[in-house]
Design a protein around this ligand. Structure first.
Ligand SMILES: [Zn+2]
Length: 70
């Protein structure tokens, strides 16, 4: 399991800025909401993967703070 099984996905960009996509349950779907740009999306499967894709594509935020320790 990824380390992002909570209700939000956090990633840092190359400048050390934090970007957070919140994941909310809405019935069978999950609603994603990006705190940086206001992006919203409803997905049925793999909400955390979709959140990571958005963070990487829209904000170049690919650094997982929880997984950054060596
Ligand atoms: Zn965004």
């Amino acid at each position: 399991m990824p380390s992002t099984t909570g209700s939000k996905v956090r990633r840092w960009d190359q400048h050390g800025r934090e970007h957070v996509v919140r994941v909310q349950r809405t019935g069978i779907q999950r609603a994603l909401h990006c705190g940086t740009c206001g992006w919203r999306k409803g997905v049925q499967f793999l909400p955390w993967l979709k959140a990571q894709e958005h963070l990487a594509e829209a904000h170049q935020a690919t650094v997982d703070p929880a997984g950054s320790r060596t």
